[in-house]
Design a protein around this ligand. Sequence first.
Ligand SMILES: N[C@@H](CCC(=O)N[C@@H](CS)C(=O)NCC(=O)O)C(=O)O
Length: 200
Amino acid sequence: MIKLYDSALSGNSHKVRMMLGFLDLDHEIVPVNWATGEMKEAWFTDINPRAQLPCLDDNGTVVWDSQAILVYLARHYDESGLWFPDDPMLMTKVVQWLMMANEEIAALAWARVTVLMKQPRDKLEELQSKGKAGLKVLDDALADGPWLAGTDYPTIGDIACFPYAGMAEQGEVDLSAYPSVQAWIARIKALPKYAAMPGL
Ligand SMILES: N[C@@H](CCC(=O)N[C@@H](CS)C(=O)NCC(=O)O)C(=O)O
């Protein structure tokens, strides 16, 4: 049985919950208390030395980092071959979006944490502008077609960018400037087997 070490509040964990849903994979959720820093406890760092969520354990195969987990699940379980396509150019494009998710779009995650956890706001503007730069790149790509990699079906690149783009307003970033991103968010939420997340 697949085990997902997860926090309900975590958009990175949500990427994995979405993928497990799209692939219809049975799994067990193991909640880890992000707010109290349970990821730093020895029982968890023995499993994931990076001390971060999410972390997946597939019958003893442990994978951490949401982008890496998306690749793992697509490679192992996606019979359609569409979520992470084999075609070299398409695969390259998907990897570009995985990197974007881990960089500019992740800045939106930190802006969200700053606001939700009422942390000091000295870095907030910097995080928001980095996130907005990412949203602009997404918006321009999505003006040309429904999905980020230029396919007519979603890929793990879309999943990786989705949660923190979709929750940008929780980090006080107005999404109305990004109409193609807004339409894409609605498109993702309308996919069959989409796993919902509170606040998204
Ligand atoms: N690049 C990692 C980032 C993971 C990450 O930052 N996870 C957060 C929860 S959403 C976490 O566990 N943070 C704890 C910490 O960094 O101390 C991924 O995509 O999985």
